[in-house]
Design a protein around this ligand. Structure first.
Ligand SMILES: C[S@@+](CC[C@H](N)C(=O)[O-])C[C@H]1O[C@@H](n2cnc3c(N)ncnc32)[C@H](O)[C@@H]1O
Length: 465
């Protein structure tokens, strides 16, 4: 038996003690999957998931995910069944794909960001044997604890060592993290765990083990809070990293016990740019599209996922960060580049030009001159141009009669000029030959900036073929 296959944790009680202490649960109960779900948590709480939806969806999500029931509703309305192929061109952490798989519907996702892509691909992989995953992870945990022991630290928080040389990230990689997003000792413990995981990187459980770590990092190990922007809260000087990670592993294993029977329903995830779909997916093969693309609102997807992207090794240098940003839709001024030309796709769309001109006029009248503010008008045109390009590319893979649902939100982030995203997207789609079948109101949120309701809508389209 190799080191990576050793399967029993020698002292589970020692490992679970920190969790039991924090939650005031008996150790036996701390072992129960999900035992800590009802505790009040600040991190990730904004992104609430109905308890019945937690299997697989709860393995890792970000605050910008849409809820599984929305996907279910539209699959139902579109009469999807076991012969349907559903596509999500901006699949994020895989909500559409997971929901399809639960319902026995084949699905395909495209995602440009490596962390979300990794999450979606892992969340739709239900073939792993849960007992073996657990045993494997316990072996990894054992080796990490042995390393802690020889470092003179324990997983339980509170014992801050004075003489231990804590592991750190290389300077350039560390500079990519949001300041203070993880404290020194939890970082050290995480790097030890990652080393032990890397020693078993050939294991069939590696991806689930890494995703469990990503979830532990954003929910409890790091200092992040989400609401809806990512921010940094009070520093946690120490955290039971191994126990937290094993807790996530237990949740995944418990879910797999139920989900495994459906592992054969196909869900494939492709890392690509949805403005460039040529050759990726079989022509005329997609019946239904359910998706939520980025909105033109300054949200930076590379920032919301920065801690886990860096620690999982998906993002190590500034050059890699730039390359990831260039791959994404132009929906914020931090990823606009010289040579960007998506705006050509909406050259004849008067409403988008009217909005861009209004933003620019307001910028000038308010005397706003920062580099980002100067970019507001341009990014608005680039955003809708990118969506037009995407909708154009999509046509080749849609079956005639395909039904589409695009969830988008109104925005007023650019000097309070209202951008009715849903309405404009419907017009852009119409110009590309789609039929606009309706617009459902998903929810509204009050904008204190403009005093108006911002609508989050579902734009319903049909491809006539
Ligand atoms: C609103 S989020 C989707 C969330 C998703 N519905 C979920 O449940 O997690 C939009 C996603 O689009 C991705 N994205 C941005 N530009 C993209 C592009 N050009 N091609 C594919 N995906 C892109 C972002 O990385 C982000 O994950």
């Amino acid at each position: 038996m190799s080191g990576c296959e050793s399967d029993h944790l020698k002292n589970m009680t020692e490992l679970l003690l920190p969790l039991a202490q924090e939650t005031r649960l008996p150790v036996r109960d701390a072992l129960r999957p999900g035992a800590h779900r009802n505790r009040r948590r600040s991190n990730g709480d904004a992104n609430r998931l109905d308890p019945t939806d937690r299997p697989a969806h709860g393995w890792y999500r970000f605050v910008l995910s849409f809820p599984p029931h929305l996907v279910r509703d539209y699959l139902h309305r579109f009469d999807a069944d076991s012969k349907t192929v559903c596509f999500d061109p901006f699949c994020g952490t895989g909500t559409t794909l997971v929901e399809c798989k639960k319902l026995g519907i084949a699905s395909i996702g495209v995602e440009a960001h490596p962390m979300s892509f990794f999450a979606a691909a892992t969340k739709t992989d239900w073939a792993a044997d849960p007992e073996r995953l657990l045993a494997h992870a316990e072996g990894v945990a054992q080796r990490a604890l042995e390393q802690f022991n020889s470092d003179g630290i324990s997983d339980a928080p509170g014992n801050v060592p004075s003489r231990v040389r804590l592991r750190r990230l290389p300077a350039e990689t560390a500079s990519l993290l949001l300041d203070n997003s993880i404290s020194a000792l939890p970082l050290h413990k995480t790097l030890v765990l990652l080393e032990k995981l890397r020693e078993c990187s050939g294991s069939e459980y590696h991806r689930h083990e890494l995703l469990a770590l990503a979830q532990a990092l954003v929910s409890t190990v790091g200092n992040l809070h989400f609401g809806p922007e990512v921010g940094v809260g009070p520093p946690k000087m120490d955290v039971a990293v191994i126990a937290r990670w094993l807790e996530q592993i237990r949740t995944i294993a418990s879910d797999l016990r139920h989900l495994r029977s459906q592992w054969q329903t196909k869900a494939s995830v492709i890392r690509a740019d949805s403005r460039d779909l040529a050759g990726l997916i079989e022509p005329q093969s997609v019946d239904v599209v359910i998706t939520s693309p980025p909105y033109p609102n300054e949200k930076d997807y590379t920032r919301t996922t920065r801690l886990e992207s860096v620690l999982l090794g998906l993002l190590q240098t500034k050059q890699e960060l730039r390359a990831i940003k260039q791959f994404l839709m132009r929906s914020n001024t931090r990823n606009v580049y010289k040579g960007d030309d998506d705006h050509f796709w909406i050259a004849n769309h008067p409403e988008i030009h009217r909005i861009a001109d209004a933003i620019e006029r307001r910028r000038i009248s308010l005397g706003k001159t920062s580099g980002f503010e100067r970019m507001y008008a341009a990014v608005t045109k680039l955003y809708f141009g990118g969506m037009a390009k995407h909708l154009h590319q999509l046509k080749a893979i849609l079956r005639p009669g395909a039904k589409l649902a695009y969830v988008v939100g109104d925005q007023a982030s650019y000097l309070r000029v209202m951008i009715r995203t849903g309405q404009i997207l419907a017009d852009v789609a119409r110009a590309q030959g789609y039929e606009v079948r309706g617009m459902d109101l998903f929810r509204t949120r009050f904008s204190t900036a403009t005093g108006e309701q911002l609508r989050e809508e579902v734009v319903l389209l049909r491809w006539p073929g």
